[in-house]
Write a protein that binds this ligand. Structure first.
Ligand code: UDP
Ligand code: UDP
Length: 463
């Protein structure tokens, strides 16, 4: 009896931590179920992160040199996290198209590849896949709610003809759901979009429509109605195989590499004081004025907090801030292990920009959120967190707009409500239920575990 070779999956993550980390988790999940051989493709500067994150798997990492001398783009940057501003996003993704010849050459040279998983931002890989005779699976790094609502609103334009950005409109297929244009990000907030971002999004969605399927970092029970609508009316078929971060949660707690942080968190458990974790992901630019409002709001809330401030200098947190809060608060300026922080028993609230990874990590860890969306589909994610899933509260800008300044009083009030109020208690209860549901989905025989096995089986057979 001959045994057929394992499926071989070539995985091409987008060049940012937020899009790479979930695919690393996926690799760990696949490896645990012993389903396939994996090869990651990336650029030289991103290879060390991938190699170290994958060191306990047998996944290979192949390097594709990133093009230099691209107009409008500083040389030596191979990740959107390292861009001087997120405004350079479009030139950066345009530059990734130049990777195409190396990408195709590298994949063609790999032994018997079964299919590709490539990021939604690499629409051009649909053509590569066709040339190589391989199915392409798209990884969006979004939930079904954001995917389905964006696609439906773009197609049906229920927000045309409204007089203001905060006027509610229903979404076709979901009569209970009321959105406003403030919940949508460009170009989806505009019923008649044009310009480079619109062209980019259109190109990616045509490429996705011509792909074999979607690998979705969610679990069916979390967003069933939205996944169903996607699969029935939009497509290509989405397999809900997440939340992939549970690959880590199924392992014993590894503790934080920063022992000072661990001690600080452990000391909070001893006194049973809830800790608020504050972090806005790896992409969003937070203004100095906004940082200052957050600092004063946290200080006045009386809550213990762990705040990750990226790229900014201490002076922006206000004179003497850290001295005044003393041991009550910790400000971190490096990369932290967010998942380990969220699973620490002392952490009972997460002030988050609602990047989808952060949302799924909060769900898995059972921590209610204070939603503070900034860019991309984060406003939709916040809507999902607060009004659909009921696992968080929401901060609002003083002027009621999407990008306006959130004032210190608002920060203080909402933080207190999340940690000590009735609404916070209800959100905490709900998110703990969802945490259990997510663990069930990921366990043997659960919806996500089965979907992963089925997906690999079916897509490998589709070649
Ligand atoms: N993250 C982390 N440490 C940090 C900042 C971020 O581990 O200091 C991780 C976080 O756990 C999540 C990812 O980076 O997995 C960020 O993804 P998300 O979708 O939340 O936001 P983005 O950074 O893409 O805006
Ligand atoms: N990186 C990159 N392009 C850059 C700078 C860094 O791709 O222009 C990658 C690098 O490979 C590393 C990660 O981004 O894995 C973070 O790099 P950084 O220098 O910020 O180090 P960290 O603070 O994460 O240790």
């Amino acid at each position: 009896m001959g045994s057929s070779p394992l499926p071989h999956i070539a995985i091409f993550p987008f060049l940012s931590k937020g899009h790479t980390i979930p695919l690393v988790h996926l690799a760990h999940l696949i490896r645990r179920r012993c389903l396939a051989t994996l090869t990651f493709l990336t650029t030289p500067l991103n290879a060390p992160f991938l190699r170290s994150s994958l060191s306990d798997t047998d996944a290979d990492v192949v390097e594709l040199p990133f093009p230099g001398g691209v107009p409008g783009l500083p040389d030596g940057i191979e990740s959107t996290d390292a861009l001087p501003s997120i405004d350079l996003f479009l030139p950066f993704v345009a530059a990734t198209k130049l990777l195409r010849p190396q990408f195709e050459h590298a994949v063609a040279g790999l032994p018997a590849v079964s299919f590709l998983i490539s990021d939604g931002f690499y629409g051009w890989t649909t053509e590569s896949a066709a040339d190589l005779g391989l199915p392409r699976m798209v990884f969006y790094g979004m939930g079904s709610f954001a995917m389905t609502v964006s696609a439906t609103v773009a197609r049906e334009k229920p927000h045309a003809g409204l007089v203001s950005d905060d006027q509610p409109f229903p979404v076709p297929g979901f009569p209970q759901l009321q959105l406003t244009r403030n919940d949508m990000n460009p170009p989806f907030d505009d019923p008649n979009p044009s310009g480079p971002l619109h062209e980019f999004v259109t190109e990616q969605s045509i490429a996705a429509a011509n792909s074999h399927g979607v690998v979705a970092n969610t679990f069916y029970e979390l967003e069933a109605a939205y996944t169903d609508r996607w699969n029935l009316h939009i497509g290509p078929r989405a397999w809900c195989v997440g939340p992939v971060c549970s690959a880590r949660l199924q392992e014993p707690e590894r503790g934080l590499s920063d022992s000072k942080l661990t001690h600080w968190l452990d000391a909070r458990s001893a006194t049973d004081r809830p800790v608020l974790y504050v972090a806005f992901g790896s992409q969003a630019d937070v203004s100095a004025a906004q940082l200052n409002e957050i600092a004063v709001g946290l200080e006045n809330s009386g809550a213990d907090f762990l705040w990750v401030v990226r790229r900014e200098g201490a002076y922006q947190l206000g004179e003497g801030f850290e001295e005044r809060v003393g041991d009550r608060g910790v400000v971190v300026r490096e990369w932290v292990d967010q998942l380990e922080i969220l699973r620490h028993g002392s952490v009972r609230g997460f002030v988050s920009h609602c990047g989808w990874n952060s949302v799924t990590e909060s769900v898995c860890a059972g921590v209610p959120m204070l939603a503070w969306p900034m860019i991309a589909e984060q406003h939709l994610n916040a809507k999902f967190v607060v009004d659909v899933a009921g696992i968080g509260l929401r901060v609002r800008a003083g002027d009621g707009t999407k990008y306006g300044l959130v004032r210190r009083e608002e920060v203080e009030e909402k933080v207190k409500e999340l940690l000590f109020g009735e609404k916070g208690r209800m959100a905490a209860e709900k998110v703990k239920e969802l945490a259990l549901a997510s663990h069930k989905a990921m366990a043997d025989g659960g919806s996500s575990a089965s979907a992963l096995e089925q997906m690999i089986d079916e897509v490998s057979g589709a070649r």
